[in-house]
Design a protein around this ligand. Structure first.
Ligand code: SF4
Length: 440
């Protein structure tokens, strides 16, 4: 049967929106035509469409997949302190097998989260969160606040699908029933869609939230310094109090310097729950970081920085993090599940990585780091199978992806890791011992 020229309901991994409604027309040749239109989605699909299988290499020399897998299993099973990292560039089934491999090896596993992602996880663990699915926000929110972010640039269809254009019986007049406020956002398409913009610098973020919290409890504060938008924030407090359902969107800019600003925002949402519903929602970067922390949590009980060296999962934030382990020279072999996230690592950790024997799964012709063993795999989201997690925790099955119709030989992360797991088991002469991390 001839390949179809149209794919429906393709999940786009071009940004953290993970839109699952794309219709891709391949009949016009390359690059594919994407509907609904999205510049970032078109760029991602053009890259995926032009992707060609990456080679398998040992010490830079081309080898067969079988030889690469054998050498990888040998290298990892001989290690005393191995690390499995780079999970966020793979789908959920592959992440599950990665956990099983870390358990088999008695090593550490971490998602190579960015500092911002780590700060968000730590905040959630320490004080909780008040969140909602993007679907609930799209249907219910009569007040949407963008806090120091620019979704029109980073998540182009978010405004239309979730945050600005409501389609709901709860908001019968549509856009007229929703107030949109940009706080500290750059002048862009996002601010053009807003009803109000409040200027705010990054340095003023924490104080602004503290003052907003005070205004919501009608606490008296000392006068603000000149240039601080105190009156605008007092007005915003009134809109929050008057809203039936308010949603505050933020991105990694909020947590890049640590968790303090997110803690203030979360406490604000928690403190007004007896007055109205206020939820916070992150706009994650492209990839499957949310899947990595979810898989680690359901397999081990912890969302990142897990060690199996004692035979059971142990949690060590600040101890078993990829950057900490690498910078401290505590690792003697690394399995990089997907190398896209490695650029997030600090310089010191990257330098140490270059000195450590590595098995790297990559979709590039040449991995971003010098690997002892390189295994070529298809980019995240290009092949069917498994799922990815959106920032609000909704899992999206990858069913109608591009390379099924292109009929290319595209190895998935999952297939490679399953084979690697079997070969490591054979070399160590055991299966995953605790069953916590049993792979599918
Ligand atoms: S908004 Fe993001 S996920 Fe949606 S189509 Fe555009 S790039 Fe893809």
């Amino acid at each position: 049967m001839a390949n179809p020229t149209t794919i429906r309901d393709l999940v786009c991994c071009g940004c953290g929106c993970l839109c699952d409604d794309l219709r891709v027309d391949l009949s016009a040749g390359r690059p594919p035509v994407v509907r609904p239109a999205c510049s970032l989605g078109e760029k991602w699909l053009a890259e995926v469409a032009s992707w060609r299988p990456a080679p398998c290499l040992i010490d830079g020399q081309p080898v067969t997949l079988d030889a690469a897998l054998d050498r990888a299993a040998e290298l990892l099973s001989a290690a005393r302190a191995p690390l499995v990292c780079g999970l966020s560039g793979a789908e959920v089934n592959a992440q599950r097998v990665a956990v099983a491999i870390a358990e088999l090896l008695g090593g550490c596993i971490d998602g190579t989260c960015t500092p911002g992602e780590r700060a968000a996880i730590e905040t959630q663990q320490s004080i909780g969160a008040v969140e909602a699915s993007w679907g609930e926000i799209a249907q219910r929110a009569d007040l949407v606040i963008f806090w120091r972010c620019d979704p029109a640039a980073t998540h182009p269809r978010h405004l239309q699908r979730y945050s600005v254009e409501p389609k709901s019986c709860w908001l019968p007049r549509g856009r007229a029933d929703r107030r949109v406020v940009c706080v500290g956002c750059p002048q862009s398409e996002t601010t053009k869609h807003a009803d109000h913009t409040i200027p705010l610098t990054a340095a003023q973020g924490i104080e602004a939230l503290a003052r907003l919290r005070a205004a919501l409890t009608e606490k008296q504060l000392r006068p603000a310094e000149a240039g601080f938008p105190a009156n605008e924030l007092a007005e915003l407090a009134g809109w929050i109090r008057g809203a039936k359902h308010a949603a505050v969107f933020y991105d990694e800019a909020l947590t890049a310097g640590g968790p303090a600003e997110l803690i203030e925002l979360t406490q604000l949402a928690q403190q007004v729950q007896d007055q109205t519903r206020v939820v916070t929602a992150s706009l994650p970067a492209a990839g499957n970081a949310a899947g990595a922390s979810s898989v680690l949590t359901w397999q081990t009980g912890f969302p990142m920085a897990v060690s199996f060296s004692s035979g059971r999962p142990e949690y060590g934030p600040g101890e078993f993090n990829t950057d900490v382990l690498l910078s401290g020279g505590e690792v003697d072999a690394v399995l990089v599940v997907a190398d896209e996230g490695l650029k997030q690592l600090p310089q010191e950790a990257r330098e140490q990585l270059d000195l450590t024997p590595m098995v790297v799964l990559t979709n590039e012709a040449k991995a971003s780091v010098a690997a002892a063993v390189q295994i070529g795999v298809a980019p995240l989201g290009s092949t069917p199978g498994g799922s990815v997690f959106r920032g609000d925790g909704v899992a999206l099955p990858l069913e109608n992806q591009l390379h099924r119709v292109d009929n290319q030989t595209a190895l998935s992360h999952h297939a490679v890791l399953q084979e690697l797991q079997q070969r490591i088991s054979a070399k160590l002469n055991r299966a995953a011992v605790s069953g916590v991390a049993g792979a599918p």
